[in-house]
Design a protein around this ligand. Structure first.
Ligand SMILES: Cc1cc2nc3c(=O)[nH]c(=O)nc-3n(C[C@H](O)[C@H](O)[C@H](O)COP(=O)(O)O)c2cc1C
Length: 316
């Protein structure tokens, strides 16, 4: 049975966001109360054409994956699912700013790939702003900032990716600069914590700061923390334990913000179950790459309640 039904109340939440008040956060060991937001079908065209306040983050999306979610993969993914939202690989802001004459190489995509989100990375406000402005011409449907990559090059040398979770104030400023330079929604993809900054309260402070300093109302939560030394990026995607309870607690504590659940979902049944349990949106990475047909072949019917695009792998 399809998950999608429409909720006007849910749409109405975004514009009515009130400034963050000091809060006390409690983490239940299990998600005690699941919210029962219904999920609307998102129009499949560019979100930029939606009236303000009508924006809903993607119900189902394919995660940004460096070297994997390139144009070729995204073309294949779109052949299989019309409705799944697709994320680009992370593009570093400096790459965009310093290669102005080769922008197509990094930013161009075929129109059929809508709805599509550009993920950028960086820790320099000016460059993030300029990169967003330069990317605006490409009509992405949302701009996302990477606050979850633990790789040495990114979070070490580069001081961005997951390292940014150490500085919520900066992320708030960065999101404000990004939003000021585009006319589409903006979002943050982050971990539930980093190194020993891994308490639920610290995660809430991060969300609180970013929401109060910028128009960001959508966070993608990779539900495990990142360790910035001692683990490879691949280990950082499996060694730190998944803590879905942090995700569900965020739904309870920030009812005015959209949260996408990411991490460890490997089947369409798990995706459907997460949404039934109250997840606002779900993002799948490796499973959508390793077996696109098994995952994406069911998204349009099972998640969006729409006809499947292709009836068989052979047709794709
Ligand atoms: C090869 C690979 C590259 C990745 N590159 C990125 C990236 O560029 N930006 C990002 O935010 N996450 C990146 N990730 C993390 C995924 O987006 C996702 O958060 C992670 O794989 C957990 O989701 P999953 O368990 O469904 O795979 C990458 C993951 C993989 C496997």
């Amino acid at each position: 049975m399809a998950i999608a039904t429409r909720s006007a109340a849910w749409h109405a939440l975004l514009p009515s966001l009130v400034p963050a008040k000091p809060r006390i956060f409690f983490l239940r060991s299990r998600p005690g109360r699941f919210l029962s937001h219904a999920h609307g079908l998102r129009p499949c065209g560019a979100a930029s054409s939606l009236p303000p306040g009508e924006y809903l983050p993607p119900l189902f999306s394919v995660a940004p994956m460096m070297d994997w979610t390139d144009n070729h993969y995204r073309t294949l993914a779109r052949l299989i699912s019309r409705h799944a939202w697709l994320y680009t690989e992370m593009v570093v802001a400096e790459t965009i700013v310093h290669q102005k004459d080769k922008l197509d190489r990094f930013l161009a995509f075929p129109a059929e790939q809508h709805p599509i989100v550009l993920q950028i990375g960086g820790s320099n406000l000016d460059n993030l702003a300029k990169a967003t402005e330069l990317a605006s011409g490409y009509a992405y449907d949302e701009i996302n900032l990477n606050c979850g990559c633990p790789s040495g090059k990114v979070a070490g040398h580069g001081c961005f990716g997951a390292r940014l979770m150490y500085d919520p104030e900066f992320v708030g400023d960065a999101m404000s600069a990004i939003a000021a330079n585009c006319d589409v929604p903006v979002s943050v993809k982050c971990r539930i914590g980093v190194d020993d900054r891994d308490s639920y309260e610290e995660l809430c402070t991060f969300v609180d700061k970013v929401v109060s300093k910028s128009p960001t109302r959508h966070f993608i939560i990779h539900a495990r923390k990142a360790l910035l030394s001692g683990l490879s990026p691949a280990e950082n995607r499996k060694v730190p334990p998944l803590k879905y309870e942090y995700y569900y607690a965020l739904l309870r504590d920030f009812p005015e913000v959209h949260f996408t659940l990411n991490g460890g979902l490997t089947t369409i049944e798990q995706v459907s179950a997460s949404i039934r349990q109250g997840a606002h949106q779900v993002m799948v990475g490796r499973a959508a790459y390793n077996n696109p047909w098994n995952m994406l072949g069911h998204v349009d019917s099972e998640i969006y309640g729409m006809p499947t695009r292709c009836s068989s792998r052979r047709q794709v």
